[in-house]
Design a protein around this ligand. Sequence first.
Ligand code: DC
Length: 218
Amino acid sequence: MGYNVAIDGPAGAGKSTVAKRVAKELGYVYVDTGAMYRALAVFFLKQGLKPEDTEKIAEVCKNAEVSIGYENGVQQVYLNGENVTGQLREEAVGNMASVSSAIGAVRAQLLELQRELARTKDVVMDGRDIGTNILPNADVKVYLTASVETRAKRRYLELQEKGVACDLQEIAHDIEERDTRDMNREIAPLKQAEDAVYLDSSAMTIDEVVDAIKALCK
Ligand code: DC
């Protein structure tokens, strides 16, 4: 059994930035489970499906094989053998992933892959249900969150930096909608595990969050 650090929390709380840093500094493998849901979303979109085609999504998801590998320490996601890492951050993919990840068959498809990685490697794994469902016996569990305003502002600055026109109110609204969906779905909803350490990063720097999590590790 590897040493397992589980980081859950809502979109935009800084999980991936922090998890990547913690993994690098501790010499562990970073596993981004959101990217796996996004890879399945790429598959559904390639099949011409829409987020509302729930039954069809549940039916075809068994034809999608997701696997991960690492290039220069950076996680790569493969969909039926094709590297789809470059497609994962598209808006349509995020929207599809947000809806399709609520479907039981979709979650079941990724469960074993995630558990197997944690069984064989020391990992920092981030997602929504890692501490509650995937790795209930994780050595360290963190619930990382931040206020909606903070998360919206961070996303706004990120998009502005990329030269993408955006509206702060709209971003905040999208974040709230995504939170509602993630927290209220029937299967494996986002919630803090009883034994998870709660961290609100609203008034913390990345360094402070990284140090706080490293201090919890062996
Ligand atoms: O963290 P992210 O935005 O890349 O995740 C994409 C979607 O996948 C997000 O809407 C929530 C979902 N997800 C999930 O349901 N469970 C996980 N362990 C990780 C992500």
